[in-house]
Write a protein that binds this ligand. Structure first.
Ligand SMILES: Nc1nc2c(c(=O)[nH]1)N=C([C@H](O)[C@H](O)COP(=O)(O)OP(=O)(O)OP(=O)(O)O)CN2
Ligand SMILES: [Zn+2]
Length: 122
């Protein structure tokens, strides 16, 4: 069966401060984050789906976003840069979501990070 990438978009809000930042991000502030989660699997011939979009949505909220949305990220990440947040999310989601392929985290509409797991790239 063909492999297809399935992607779901999420929006959440969180507060953070960057304790090692030399600029204004040292101070507590917030972002409306956008998250794109991609799963790649073979299409199930019985359902015609990689997985149900709704199942992926529920799993991402349960395993990662419920900890983040309307919370202070410094409560569980020492230095919650976008890079550290996306790596933390990967660690939470990869064991639960077979075929997790890519996570993209937008901290602002212009600034984003992409992570595909430790085995990807050099
Ligand atoms: N490589 C990284 N650089 C920066 C990060 C990061 O996580 N990784 N984070 C920040 C700050 O969190 C900062 O808040 C980023 O947003 P900012 O540039 O302040 O843009 P805002 O939209 O929040 O504010 P405006 O003043 O309205 O532009 C910095 N760098
Ligand atoms: Zn910030």
């Amino acid at each position: 069966m063909p492999k297809v990438e399935l992607r779901v978009e999420f929006l959440f809000s969180a507060a953070h401060r960057l304790p090692f930042h030399k600029g204004v991000c040292f101070r507590m502030h917030g972002h409306n984050y956008k998250l794109l989660v991609t799963v790649e699997r073979e299409v199930d011939p019985a359902t015609g789906m990689v997985m149900d979009f709704e199942d992926l949505r529920l799993q991402v909220w349960e395993h990662a976003l419920d900890r983040c949305d309307h919370h202070t990220l410094n409560d569980f990440l020492e230095n919650p840069t976008a890079e550290n947040i996306v790596v933390w999310m990967w660690g939470e989601l990869a064991p639960k979501i077979p075929g997790l392929k890519e996570i993209v985290l937008f901290e602002t509409p212009e600034y984003s990070v992409v992570y595909r797991g430790a085995g990807h790239g050099s």
